[in-house]
Ligand binder design. Structure first.
Ligand code: NAD
Ligand code: WQD
Length: 339
C-alpha cells in the first residue's frame, strides 16, 4: 500500500513511519519541517533499512500538494500535519485555524479530486474539553477550551459532514491522550522547540541538566495526591494504533466517520511520573509546586474498550518503559536532533 503521511517528520509521524516501513508500506512524507527535522526520517531509514520518499511542502501550498497527487497513486492518507502548542494557539488563533483547518480542507479537496477517500486523522483528547465523567468514551460530549482544541474539533465536524455526504469516504479520527516516550533504539524521540510545554519532555530536560527544576502546576486538585492525572501512552503503542486503523479501513464493511480513543485507560499523577522517571534515569528531579496552569483539568483518561473492539488494538507499554525510553533518547541526544 502506498500511503501519504502529512507531518511524517514530526514526533508521532516519525515513529509511525518506522512501524509502517517495518510492515512494508510504501511512504511519501509531505512536511514543511516547521516543527521537525529531516534527520528524524534519515534515522528512520537507517533503523529500518528502507526508504521514505520525502517532499518538503506546506499544506497551504495547494499547487505543490496537488502535484504530489498527480505524481503518485495513494491508497490512504495519514494526516499528522498541524500546529499543536496550546499556549501559542491562544496568542495566534488565526495562524492555528489557517494551518490546521485550512490546511486540512486543502488536503481533503485534493483527496476528493483524486478519488483517495481513506484518511486517518490525528485528533486529540482535547476535543473532550473539561470532562464531565471519566473515563472518556467516544460518545462523551465534545467542547474545547483553546483555539488549538477548537481547530481539532472543527476538523472533526468537517470530516463527519464529508463522510455523511459521500459513503465512499472512510475516516478514522484517532483521539490521542498523552503521547510520551521514544523508540527503544534512542535514535528518534520528541524534540520540542524552546521550553517544553508538556510534562515528560520537561522532566527529561531537567534530568539531563538542561533545566534546574520542574514547576508542578498545582497540587490542590481533588486527585489521589493533589496533582493532575493524565493517560500517558507510549508513542510506539500509538504508532501501532495507526497501523491497526489502516488495516480496519481496508475492511469493505467499514465506512463513515469513526472516532477512536488511543490511550491506555490508566491515569497517573505528576508525582507518580516524576518517581517513575527518577527510577528509570537514576537522576533526581528537583521540583517546585507553583499555581495551577490556566485551562488545565484535574483528571483525564480514556475508556479504551472501543479501540480494542474496533481495531483489536491495545496499548501494551508501562510507564516504566515510557520513562526508560524517553530517558534513553534524551540522554543520548541532549539537544535533540541538533546533538
Ligand atoms: P509535531 O509538531 O512533532 O509534528 C507535526 C508535523 O507537522 C511537524 O513535522 C510539522 O513540521 C508538520 N507541519 C505542521 N504544519 C504543517 C503544514 N501546514 N504543512 C506541512 N507540514 C506541517 O507534532 P506531533 O506531536 O507529532 O503531533 C502530530 C499530530 O498529532 C498533530 O496534528 C497534533 O496536533 C496531534 N496530537 C499531538 C499530541 C501530542 O501531545 N504530541 C496529542 C494529541 C494530538
Ligand atoms: C500534563 C500534566 C500539567 C508541564 C496537552 C494538550 C493536549 C494534548 C497533549 C495535543 C498536567 C502538568 C505540565 C509542566 C506540569 N496535545 N505539567 N508542569 O495538558 O494533558 O495536554 O498535551 O493534542 O491538547 O493540552 O499535557 O504534558 O502539558 O501536562 O505540572 O511543566 O502535567 O499541569 O497536569 P496536557 P501536559
Amino acid at each position: 500500500m502506498n500511503i501519504l503521511v502529512t507531518g511524517g517528520a514530526g514526533y508521532i509521524g516519525s515513529h509511525t513511519c518506522l512501524e509502517m516501513l517495518n510492515e512494508n508500506y510504501k511512504l511519501v512524507v509531505y512536511d514543511n519541517l516547521s516543527n521537525s527535522s529531516l534527520d528524524a526520517l534519515k534515522r528512520v531509514e537507517k533503523l529500518t533499512g528502507k526508504e521514505v520518499k520525502f517532499i518538503e511542502g506546506d499544506l497551504l501550498n495547494v499547487e505543490k500538494l496537488e502535484q504530489v497527487f498527480q505524481n503518485e497513486r495513494f491508497d490512504a492518507v495519514i494526516h499528522f500535519a498541524g500546529l499543536k502548542a496550546v499556549g501559542e494557539s491562544v496568542e495566534k488563533p488565526l495562524e492555528y485555524y489557517d494551518n490546521n483547518v485550512v490546511g486540512t480542507l486543502n488536503l481533503l479537496k485534493i483527496m476528493q479530486k483524486y478519488n483517495v477517500k481513506k484518511i486517518v486523522f490525528s485528533s486529540s483528547a482535547t476535543v473532550y474539553g473539561v470532562p464531565e465523567k471519566l473515563p472518556l468514551t467516544e460518545e462523551s460530549p465534545r467542547s474545547t477550551t483553546n483555539p488549538y482544541g477548537t481547530s481539532k474539533l472543527v476538523i472533526e465536524y468537517i470530516l463527519e459532514d464529508l463522510a455523511k455526504s459521500d459513503p465512499e469516504w472512510k475516516i478514522i479520527s484517532l483521539r490521542y491522550f498523552n503521547p510520551v516516550g521514544a523508540h527503544k533504539s534512542g535514535e528518534i524521540g520528541e524534540d520540542p522547540n524552546g521550553i517544553p510545554n508538556n510534562l515528560l519532555p520537561f522532566i527529561s530536560q531537567v534530568a539531563v541538566g538542561l533545566r534546574d527544576k520542574l514547576n508542578i502546576f498545582g497540587d490542590d486538585y481533588s486527585t489521589k495526591d493533589g496533582t493532575g492525572i493524565r493517560d500517558y501512552i507510549h508513542v510506539v503503542d500509538l504508532a501501532k494504533g495507526h497501523l491497526a486503523a489502516l488495516k480496519c479501513m481496508t475492511d469493505a464493511t467499514e465506512k463513515g466517520f469513526i472516532p477512536i480513543n488511543l490511550g491506555t485507560g490508566n491515569g497517573y499523577s505528576i508525582l507518580e511520573m516524576i518517581k517513575a522517571f527518577e527510577k528509570a534515569s537514576g537522576k533526581t528531579i528537583p521540583y517546585e509546586v507553583v499555581k495551577r496552569r490556566e485551562g488545565d483539568v484535574a483528571e483525564c483518561f480514556a475508556d479504551t474498550t472501543y479501540a480494542y473492539k474496533k481495531l483489536g488494538w491495545k496499548a501494551k507499554k508501562s510507564i516504566e518503559e515510557m520513562c526508560a525510553d524517553a530517558w534513553k533518547w534524551q540522554s543520548t541526544n541532549p539537544d535533540g536532533y541538533r546533538s
